[in-house]
Design a protein around this ligand. Structure first.
Ligand code: KIV
Ligand code: NA
Length: 268
């Protein structure tokens, strides 16, 4: 296929070409993103965005596979990366491999993403050595909400800075082609992106413009989500747009103006 490949992202980084990415869970939205994004992430944020869950923890591998299939059907150019949900990869390298194989076989996506730092380097190496391209995700990792005690910006203080740099190095050297840096203070994000030991492309979300690329949750940047973190810029106001359209529809149905004759099948 003519799709962007996981290995292309490291080249974009080397060439200093910004990597563009957003999330998608549906065929329609994915087909729009396909014209503009290097990669599309089928994020486990779908639990909160599509299903109103309070965290990403209840999301299952089956849910990820169904939406990844939809995104693959809607796209032909962008690399599609699929999140490994909580509980599908942490127990062992073998568990991670079997889950990743299901995702790649059943969806045709080009890569998987998993949360975790140095502790998951062995898993990243195990998968990449067996043909599974891995995107890492460090810093604010939403699947760890119960152990972190909430969603907080990461990297304050020398200890935290050293730990994050070590996480990025470990994941990159284990073979990850890219790493999402989420909710990380600017100086630490810059240190990671500039480190010669981090050849993986750095993809920022709330992690400064120093990263090699950026990602946002589509519904957040479109202004469809009702609450968004500080790092989100609303590039659209879809919530107001949809509300106005639905209000007008309700008015016209009540007034008998919709459906009009052009929306009605006449007799033969
Ligand atoms: O699940 C998701 O949407 C993500 C991105 C925010 C990076 O992991
Ligand atoms: Na995610």
């Amino acid at each position: 296929s003519r799709r962007v490949k996981a290995v292309d992202l490291a080249r974009f980084k080397a060439e200093g070409r910004k990597i563009i990415s957003l999330t998608a869970y549906h065929a329609h939205t994915a087909s729009i993103l396909d014209e503009h994004c290097d990669f599309i992430l089928v994020g486990d944020s779908l639990g909160m965005v599509m299903h109103g869950m309070e965290s990403t923890l209840p999301v299952t591998l089956e849910m990820m596979i169904v939406q990844a299939q939809a995104v693959m059907r809607g796209t032909s150019k962008a690399l599609v990366v699929v999140d490994m949900p909580f509980g599908s990869y942490e127990a062992s390298r073998e568990q991670a491999f079997m889950s990743a194989v299901r995702v790649l076989k059943e969806t045709g996506a080009g890569a998987i993403k998993m949360e975790g730092g140095a502790a998951f380097a062995e898993t990243v190496a195990f998968l990449t050595q067996r043909g599974v391209p891995v995107m890492g995700h460090i810093g604010l990792t939403p699947q760890s909400v119960n152990t972190m005690g909430g969603f907080r910006v990461q990297g304050h203080g020398p200890d935290a800075e050293r730990r994050l740099l070590e996480d990025a190095r470990a994941i990159s050297q284990a073979g990850a082609f890219a790493i999402v840096l989420e909710g990380i203070v600017e100086p630490v994000a810059r240190a990671i992106a500039a480190s010669p030991d981090v050849t993986a492309a750095t993809i920022g979300i709330g992690a400064s413009p120093e990263c090699d690329g950026q990602i946002l949750v589509l519904e957040d940047m479109l202004g469809l989500s009702d609450r968004v973190p500080k790092f989100v810029k609303r590039f659209g106001s879809l919530r107001a747009h949809i509300s106005e359209a639905v209000e007008q529809y309700a008015e016209e149905v009540r007034a008998g103006r919709f459906p009009a004759s052009e929306h009605t099948y006449p007799p033969r």
